[in-house]
Design a protein around this ligand. Structure first.
Ligand SMILES: NC(=O)c1ccc[n+]([C@@H]2O[C@H](COP(=O)([O-])OP(=O)(O)OC[C@H]3O[C@@H](n4cnc5c(N)ncnc54)[C@H](O)[C@@H]3O)[C@@H](O)[C@H]2O)c1
Ligand SMILES: CC(C)[C@H](C(=O)O)[C@@H](O)C(=O)O
Ligand SMILES: [Mg+2]
Length: 356
């Protein structure tokens, strides 16, 4: 089985190295091949998603991705910026279903921003549509404003859109995931204002007819953001569009203690996938050896489960993560008095030791 390893920028290489170390400790014979992506791709090959990196990602059975982005590239034309690499991979590989599980490990109840009783036992699954919405809609750009009170001025614009089949397929993913869980789906939209999301609501409602055993509720995104921090355990599966899912998943991350705890799987229709932490390249802490590698390590576990057919090995990694947390080891983002502060590498080593 071939895994493409794309570390990327900032803390990407630091956290990916720990996930690779953990994969190597499983005693399986994975073939791993590494390539540059993001700012690192631009620096080495003049493009954030070099053709060889894309070819590797396409040929591999799964992709393990670190993070991309560095403020020093913010002035480049958009097509050359690091973030285009992850957007391009998602689009090129058809990774339309982004699963972001927000699970609170009991040991981290005190690290959550919410009161322990509000979050204890939290286990929600955010399913974010990943290849549509305002992220990819065209036209977009800066133009002369054609009408209205600002006519003649320059205006920036993007296009929010969803095709019916895009909504149907992500709705099926959500209902099927809910069947294996608590059988409840909350579809998050902004149907009260946006045509795209009234259409989304109508289509999700229609797909729901095939899933009478699953409960469906619709919720506006502003309310969903509030409910996530008010009573997050009321959710089971949340399904939403690309942009709302981006925002709500960062919000949900803090319920689990840190963005450094939130893994993700981005899947195509055949469960081929790219696995990455939900966070970014964290330039503010890059190179300091203090980033939390657990979201990436847990993403590797998701890879074993969803794309490589190795659920037992995925369980082993998740159990090892629970063990290191029970041992009291904490990177600074999840540190509390009475626990032991460790760096990225020490945390990775501890997971490897727990595996053994
Ligand atoms: N999929 C991706 O590659 C991805 C995702 C999000 C952001 N980005 C990019 O990353 C860059 C930085 O973006 P940002 O600062 O808005 O978001 P970010 O997620 O990189 O960082 C936000 C905050 O969370 C902290 N943080 C993130 N991951 C952490 C970890 N593993 N351990 C401890 N702390 C962690 C950071 O130190 C920072 O304070 C930008 O270029 C952005 O576009 C990339
Ligand atoms: C880096 C950026 C393009 C990306 C997104 O918006 O999807 C990130 O925030 C994420 O959540 O994976
Ligand atoms: Mg994001």
């Amino acid at each position: 089985m071939k895994i493409a390893i794309l570390p990327g920028d900032g803390i990407g290489p630091e956290i990916t190295a720990q996930a690779v170390q953990v994969l190597n400790a499983l005693g399986e014979s994975f073939e791993m091949e590494q390539a540059e992506v993001g700012g690192a791709g631009y620096a080495a090959h003049g493009h954030p998603l070099p053709p060889a990196t894309l070819a590797l990602a396409k040929s591999a059975d799964a992709v393990l991705f670190g993070a991309v982005g560095d403020y020093k590239y913010d002035t480049l034309e958009r097509a050359l910026r690091p973030e285009q690499a992850i957007l391009g991979l998602r689009k090129e590989l058809g990774l339309f279903a982004n699963l972001r599980p927000a699970i609170l490990y009991p040991e981290l109840a005190g690290a959550s921003t919410l009161k322990p009783e509000v979050v204890s036992g939290l286990d929600i699954l955010i399913i974010r549509e990943l290849t549509g919405d305002i992220y990819f809609g065209k036209p977009r750009g800066v133009r002369e404003c054609p009408d209205g009170p600002f006519k003649g001025e320059r205006e920036g614009f993007d296009t929010m859109r969803y095709a019916e089949s895009e909504i149907r397929r992500i709705a099926h993913v959500a209902f099927q995931a809910a069947r294996k869980r608590d059988k409840r789906v909350t579809s998050v939209d902004k149907a009260n204002v946006l045509e795209t999301f009234q259409f989304w609501r109508d289509i999700v409602t229609d797909v729901h007819k095939e899933y009478a055993d699953v409960e469906l509720e619709h919720m506006y995104v502003d309310n969903a953001a509030m409910q996530l921090v008010r009573a997050p355990k009321k959710f089971d599966v949340i399904v939403t569009g690309n942009m709302f899912g981006d925002i709500l998943s960062d919000c949900a991350a803090m319920l689990t203690g840190s963005i450094g705890m939130l893994p993700s799987a981005s899947l195509d229709a055949n469960n081929k996938g790219l696995y990455e932490p939900s966070h970014g390249s964290a330039p503010d802490i890059a190179g300091k050896g203090i980033a939390n590698p657990l979201a990436t390590i847990l993403s590797a576990a998701m890879m074993l489960r969803y794309s490589l057919g190795k659920a037992e090995q995925a369980d082993r990694i998740e159990t090892a993560v629970k063990q290191v947390l029970a041992q009291g080891l904490r990177t600074p983002d999840i540190y509390e008095a009475g626990t032991t502060k460790v760096g990225t590498e020490e945390m990775g080593n501890a997971v490897v030791n727990a595996l053994r």
